[in-house]
Design a binder for this molecule. Sequence first.
Ligand SMILES: Nc1ncnc2c1ncn2[C@@H]1O[C@H](COP(=O)(O)OP(=O)(O)OP(=O)(O)O)[C@@H](O)[C@H]1O
Length: 328
Amino acid sequence: MIHARGLAATFTTGRGKQTREVRAVDGVDLDIAEGEVVGFLGPNGAGKTTTLRMLTTLLRPTAGTATVNGYDVLTESVQVRRSIGYVSQAGSTFSQALAGDEVSDHGQLYGMSRRDAIARGKELFEHLQLDGLWDRMPKNMSGGQKRRLDIVMGLVHDPSLVFLDEPTTGLDPQARANLWEHIARLRTDRGATVFLTTHYLDEADALSDRILIIDNGRIVAADTPENLKSQVSGDLIRLEFDDHADVPAVASILESVGTDVEVDEATVSARVRGSARVVPGLLRDLESRGAVLAGIEIVKPTLDDVFLTLTGRSLRDDTPTETEKEAV
Ligand SMILES: Nc1ncnc2c1ncn2[C@@H]1O[C@H](COP(=O)(O)OP(=O)(O)OP(=O)(O)O)[C@@H](O)[C@H]1O
């Protein structure tokens, strides 16, 4: 479905002596199979949208090659565009027209009959909770409704490959959950391939068969969410005590069963592999030493921990990436 080799995009910013090159995407290889749902994760400015824009032929790569649905992004851009659905971050509706007309025009532009475009459009309106808004102008819709209309536009022609750039940004939790369900159904009911970028780690985790993590324009990890999380060395165990005096002894016990032991006042934390096996013995040990627990928390590794392990930064970290530093 998608194959890319050495895909790169370099932008030149500034003027005169201030001119700088920004390597937004720096040699990306991709192989995405039919029917896969792939989550494309990365911090702000990592190169997600730029990659999507190259794959959807909106931006010409500076280097590298890519085929999408079997068509070359450089020489067969019309065929690529006709064979995909794309929901951009910016949206794609024209505020002055009626929403339903936009949707049916869009379907017809992709070769559907007016009747089929209206039927599929109305079905999507119902699934994405836009009932009753067919005859409303997008300018009179809420932000969340407009976002869902963008998604209808990207899906109305039933593409076999859909690119979604942060589809749930701006949606309330209930609309987000509804869209998750819809994305999952695109694959199960229609066999569609979905390539989505998101800032929500739980979203990528819940929806994706495979996660690609991009940082500074390069793919730093590509695997199933489970395999990625199993790379992180164990669950995070956090033990809190009433008495600070218990802490040093507990820290030394944790040193023997885990890694990354940290002490913060009356709390000790550590990463422990196989925590379900280790914790009962740990609690017995603490009890025999007379240490009184005030609280215990066990947190499974998240995709953020994966990113932290790989790069030393959090995905939610707002510090500029290398690419952004170069762009300053
Ligand atoms: N047209 C452009 N001209 C100059 N620099 C650009 C241009 N488009 C993107 N960049 C830079 O390229 C880098 C990657 O941007 P991109 O939008 O692909 O990141 P992203 O991962 O999609 O970020 P976000 O999560 O914030 O949407 C950033 O440093 C950005 O500032």
